[in-house]
Design a protein around this ligand. Sequence first.
Ligand SMILES: [Zn+2]
Length: 102
Amino acid sequence: MSKMTTALWMEVVARDGTCVPAVFGAWGACSGTTTVEHFWHRPQGVKGKRAPDDPLHLVRSCWGHNVDHPPSHEVRMKMREYIARYYGLDLEALLRGDYEVQ
Ligand SMILES: [Zn+2]
Protein backbone atom coordinates (compact mmCIF):
# COMPACT_ATOMS: atom_id res chain seq x y z
CA MET A 1 0.00 0.00 0.00
CA SER A 2 1.43 3.33 -1.01
CA LYS A 3 1.52 6.07 1.59
CA MET A 4 2.69 8.69 -0.87
CA THR A 5 0.62 11.77 -0.27
CA THR A 6 0.71 15.31 -1.59
CA ALA A 7 1.94 16.46 1.83
CA LEU A 8 4.84 14.00 1.80
CA TRP A 9 5.73 14.90 -1.79
CA MET A 10 5.72 18.60 -0.94
CA GLU A 11 7.77 18.03 2.22
CA VAL A 12 10.53 16.25 0.27
CA VAL A 13 10.48 18.77 -2.60
CA ALA A 14 10.72 21.70 -0.16
CA ARG A 15 13.40 20.04 1.99
CA ASP A 16 15.72 19.40 -0.93
CA GLY A 17 15.01 22.50 -2.98
CA THR A 18 16.57 21.10 -6.12
CA CYS A 19 17.42 17.90 -7.98
CA VAL A 20 19.50 15.98 -5.42
CA PRO A 21 21.20 13.53 -7.82
CA ALA A 22 22.43 16.54 -9.86
CA VAL A 23 23.91 18.11 -6.72
CA PHE A 24 25.81 14.88 -6.13
CA GLY A 25 27.25 14.68 -9.61
CA ALA A 26 24.74 12.59 -11.53
CA TRP A 27 25.50 12.33 -15.23
CA GLY A 28 23.89 14.78 -17.63
CA ALA A 29 21.73 17.86 -17.31
CA CYS A 30 18.44 18.01 -15.44
CA SER A 31 15.34 17.53 -17.57
CA GLY A 32 11.63 17.11 -17.23
CA THR A 33 9.24 17.59 -14.39
CA THR A 34 9.98 17.36 -10.67
CA THR A 35 9.69 13.88 -9.15
CA VAL A 36 10.66 12.17 -5.93
CA GLU A 37 13.08 9.26 -6.12
CA HIS A 38 12.81 6.26 -3.78
CA PHE A 39 15.93 4.54 -2.52
CA TRP A 40 16.83 1.92 0.06
CA HIS A 41 19.36 2.65 2.79
CA ARG A 42 20.99 -0.76 2.41
CA PRO A 43 23.21 -0.54 -0.67
CA GLN A 44 22.01 -3.92 -1.92
CA GLY A 45 18.40 -2.77 -1.60
CA VAL A 46 15.50 -5.16 -1.26
CA LYS A 47 14.75 -7.24 -4.32
CA GLY A 48 11.45 -6.54 -5.99
CA LYS A 49 10.30 -4.01 -3.41
CA ARG A 50 10.18 -0.27 -3.70
CA ALA A 51 11.58 1.68 -0.77
CA PRO A 52 9.05 3.05 1.74
CA ASP A 53 7.10 6.26 1.22
CA ASP A 54 8.73 8.35 3.93
CA PRO A 55 11.14 11.31 3.95
CA LEU A 56 14.10 9.11 4.86
CA HIS A 57 13.73 7.12 1.65
CA LEU A 58 12.97 9.92 -0.77
CA VAL A 59 14.87 12.72 -2.44
CA ARG A 60 13.75 15.30 -4.93
CA SER A 61 14.88 14.53 -8.48
CA CYS A 62 14.12 15.76 -11.95
CA TRP A 63 12.48 13.23 -14.26
CA GLY A 64 15.71 12.79 -16.22
CA HIS A 65 17.77 11.83 -13.17
CA ASN A 66 15.04 9.58 -11.80
CA VAL A 67 13.91 7.71 -14.89
CA ASP A 68 16.13 8.36 -17.92
CA HIS A 69 19.49 8.29 -16.11
CA PRO A 70 18.96 6.74 -12.66
CA PRO A 71 21.61 7.59 -10.06
CA SER A 72 24.81 5.56 -10.02
CA HIS A 73 25.90 3.61 -6.94
CA GLU A 74 28.19 6.51 -6.04
CA VAL A 75 25.40 9.09 -6.27
CA ARG A 76 23.04 6.86 -4.28
CA MET A 77 25.65 6.59 -1.54
CA LYS A 78 25.87 10.39 -1.40
CA MET A 79 22.07 10.53 -1.14
CA ARG A 80 22.28 8.20 1.89
CA GLU A 81 24.99 10.36 3.46
CA TYR A 82 22.84 13.43 2.86
CA ILE A 83 19.82 11.85 4.59
CA ALA A 84 21.96 10.69 7.53
CA ARG A 85 23.45 14.17 7.90
CA TYR A 86 20.11 15.96 7.51
CA TYR A 87 18.33 13.88 10.16
CA GLY A 88 21.36 13.41 12.43
CA LEU A 89 21.39 9.65 11.92
CA ASP A 90 24.37 7.34 12.25
CA LEU A 91 25.51 6.54 8.70
CA GLU A 92 26.76 3.04 9.54
CA ALA A 93 23.46 2.18 11.20
CA LEU A 94 21.55 3.65 8.27
CA LEU A 95 23.52 1.55 5.78
CA ARG A 96 22.75 -1.56 7.86
CA GLY A 97 19.05 -0.76 7.52
CA ASP A 98 18.53 0.05 11.20
CA TYR A 99 16.14 2.85 10.25
CA GLU A 100 14.12 0.62 7.95
CA VAL A 101 11.20 -1.56 8.91
CA GLN A 102 12.16 -5.04 7.78
ZN1 LIG B 1 18.24 16.32 -12.31
